[in-house]
Design a protein around this ligand. Structure first.
Ligand code: HEC
Length: 87
């Protein structure tokens, strides 16, 4: 959803806003709750991918049956690409 991209872009520029931590926390808790049911979350933590690659991984997980709305996909992809970026 476009609004989340705007919020995250805003965060990036003005780190420290409460809104920003809200979005980051939500991405983290979605990741912990939704990405550890079929395999360990360590499977993801050991990877380093660009945003584009994380998005295609997450979309593949949705294909496997991961239960994420479009908005949740954006939050998880942002969280993963910020915390586990391509090296
Ligand atoms: C419904 C079960 C299921 C859920 C939920 C799930 N996965 Fe997966 N995941 C799989 C399966 C099956 C594989 C192995 C096949 C493959 O890679 O597509 C896999 C493989 C992976 C891999 C290794 C392959 C690669 O491309 O690096 C990563 C990383 C990964 N998952 C991340 C995630 C993330 C992030 C989430 C949460 C958005 C998630 N998974 C949720 C089933 C799931």
């Amino acid at each position: 959803m476009a609004i989340y991209r705007i919020i995250l872009a805003f965060c990036f520029l003005f780190a420290g806003s409460a809104l920003c931590f809200g979005a980051a926390d939500e991405g983290e808790s979605l990741f912990k709750n939704k990405c550890g049911s079929c395999h360990s979350i360590n499977k993801s933590k050991s990877k380093a991918k660009s945003e584009k690659d994380w998005r295609s991984t997450v979309m593949r997980m949705v294909g496997h049956g991961a239960d994420l709305s479009r908005q949740e996909i954006d939050l998880v992809v942002s969280y993963l690409s910020q915390n586990y970026p391509a090296k």
